[in-house]
Design a binder for this molecule. Structure first.
Ligand SMILES: [Zn+2]
Length: 409
């Protein structure tokens, strides 16, 4: 990388502002307050030092630059010179002149000259790879309050590129949360981590950083990468418009649920079923919230507990996925297994057991006794051998004596 350091008078910098990108994608969005901007301009007019600016040269004839560090400062300078804000209303005099509330055009020539000719220390990096620049940006930002996902967006490697791309998926735009400070990127990184792990895992910032480091050569055309997009496409079909119920934690859970079911069940044509179930679930949850605590469904209480904190911990994600899967299968029992599955899955067994309230429905050896969870069999109503499907609707609770008598026939 070639590095040149030159003093640039502010007026020269303002003269080429169209060729300077103050918002390349690894930078954070403008968040300076008016008073921070005013303080910077006041500092400049008094001739005090401000930190160096880092630019990356990205083109020649005419020269073009990305601002690697110093975006906020440069924007403030451009905005002041453009008359967009005045100095604060209680400035101390400068050379016996009171500059309070003065916009650029109001400055007496003495002060305007100080501003125009103030030298910015500009470090220009050229012949520099993008990853190298990101690396430098990370180092420059060290110790500041840059948020974790913004740091990850500046990390080199394929995972960063993949997640940034994923964050543009239109499904995120339909969620109940906004993309402030790269929230879409954050959630996209979390669900990528879950998919790579093959199921719920810890998705705290430190875990995500590890994934970015480990997956620097992640293949965006791999089966896992395609699966992630397929799940998001499915969710988009299910929620084709803005859905305020889609909180961050429910997006994570729905992602896990669809990703899991896609492996085992035929989900084709079922996006609407998923959406209807989810919205009904959310309505039921809202109703539960209004009941006195001792009258609420304990499982919904647990769900609330597990969605109020540590939602990025593995055990919380696992519990939520399991709970939502059971609720989903209760509501949509005719989901077809994908393969020639004979045995009922754990989720189906749960759904059957709950629907039948644990009561034996075969009743050849009993009157319909209540079974314990660890002492019953899921029985095909239409026998599997006669073409009966392994679905919740074709399943019933059989107590052990009835089940073995059925086998005898
Ligand atoms: Zn029985």
């Amino acid at each position: 990388m070639e590095i040149s350091k030159k003093p640039w008078p502010i007026l020269s910098v303002c003269g080429i502002k169209k060729r300077i990108d103050t918002n390349p994608d690894f930078q954070r969005p403008a968040v300076w307050s008016r008073s921070q901007k005013q303080l910077l301009i006041d500092t400049i007019i008094r001739g005090y030092d401000i930190p160096k600016l880092y630019w990356r040269k990205i083109g020649s004839n005419p020269d073009k630059y990305d601002v690697v560090d110093g975006q906020q400062r440069l924007r403030s300078i451009f905005e002041y010179q453009n008359g967009e804000f005045p100095l604060s209303k209680d400035c101390d005099p400068i050379d016996d002149i009171d500059p309070s509330k003065m916009k650029y055009a109001d400055l007496p020539d003495d002060l305007r000259l100080k501003f125009d000719t103030y030298s910015l220390d500009v470090i220009v990096l050229s012949a520099t790879g993008e990853d190298e620049v990101r690396e430098m940006f990370l180092r420059l930002q060290n110790g500041t309050t840059l948020k974790a996902q913004e740091r990850r967006n500046a990390m080199p490697g394929n995972m960063r590129t993949f997640v940034k791309q994923l964050a543009l998926h239109p499904f995120f735009g339909h969620c109940g949360f906004s993309n402030s400070r790269f929230t879409f990127d954050h959630v996209a990184a979390q669900l990528t981590a879950v998919e790579l792990n093959g199921g719920p895992c810890n998705v705290k910032n430190s875990n995500l950083n590890t994934v970015y480091e480990k997956e620097v050569s992640f293949d965006p055309t791999s089966a896992k990468a395609k699966k992630i997009k397929r799940v998001l496409d499915f969710l988009l079909e299910a929620f084709p418009e803005k859905t305020p119920e889609l909180e961050r934690y429910s997006v994570m859970s729905l992602y896990s649920l669809v990703s899991h079911c896609m492996e085992k069940y035929v989900l084709q044509g079922r996006p609407k079923d998923l959406a209807n179930w989810f919205l009904a679930f959310e309505a039921k949850r809202a109703t539960e919230e209004e009941l006195p605590e001792d009258q609420r469904d304990p499982e919904f209480l647990s769900y609330k507990e597990r969605t109020s904190h540590s939602t990025d911990a593995q055990d919380s994600l696992e519990w939520r996925q399991d709970f939502l899967l059971r609720k989903f299968f209760e509501q949509v029992p005719d989901i077809q297994p994908k393969d020639n599955q004979r045995l009922f899955s754990h989720e189906q067994r749960l759904a059957i057991f709950r629907r039948d309230q644990g009561l034996c429905r075969v009743k050849t050896k009993c009157e319909g006794i209540k079974c314990e969870w660890d002492a019953w069999e899921a029985d095909h109503i239409t026998a599997w051998s006669k073409g009966g499907k392994t679905t919740v609707s074709n399943g019933q609770v059989a107590c052990l004596p009835c089940n073995s008598s059925k086998g005898d026939r």
